[in-house]
Design a protein around this ligand. Structure first.
Ligand code: GTP
Ligand code: MG
Length: 148
């Protein structure tokens, strides 16, 4: 089944939003397939956001991501990449709808609490980058109550 890489950024961890964020993905019906708390190095953050390296905000973005521990996760489910981005909300919390994570829990684009893969291909690359050790295989007993 489809997987997405979701990361709670350092502000989300510092602000005690880890449980709230995980809960939203769990309640939707997605399955948590990998999770770890870690602080990444500058070179690793630069690799994760390599596509944005030419942007003027890139140095600040890298500083932000390395500023404290993050929670790296793999979530699985039907359309989890696109639906996960909807749960997260627009990049700039000023534009994120109420009911989304960023719409409810963030104010500034440079402190927007969470990352989600933007395509199935990005998810594949990001999961390989963040979980080179692989992820545990398990199957939820709730499956028939979530999928027809
Ligand atoms: P991610 O899920 O974190 O990848 O966000 P996104 O896919 O919604 O947006 P994008 O990949 O374009 O940007 C990555 C991150 O860079 C954003 O989540 C913001 O934290 C940051 N960012 C994007 N645009 C700006 C900007 O204009 N100013 C600042 N300060 N940060 C920005
Ligand atoms: Mg992005």
């Amino acid at each position: 089944m489809e997987q997405s890489f979701i990361m709670i950024k350092p502000d989300g961890v510092q602000r005690g939003l880890v449980g709230e964020i995980i809960s939203r993905f769990e309640k939707k019906g997605f399955y948590l397939k990998g999770m770890k708390l870690l602080t990444v190095e500058k070179s690793f953050a630069e690799k994760h956001y390599a596509d944005l390296s030419a942007k003027p905000f890139f140095p600040g973005l890298v500083e932000y991501i390395v500023s404290g521990p993050v929670v790296a996760m793999v979530w699985e489910g039907k359309n989890v990449v696109v639906t996960g981005r909807k749960i997260i909300g627009a990049t700039n919390p000023s534009d994120s709808a109420p009911g989304t994570i960023r719409g409810d829990l963030a104010i500034e684009v440079g402190r927007n609490v969470i990352h989600g893969s933007d395509s199935i291909e990005s998810a594949r690359k990001e999961i390989a980058l963040w979980f080179p050790e692989g992820i545990a295989a398990w199957h939820s007993s709730q499956h028939p109550w979530i999928y027809e």
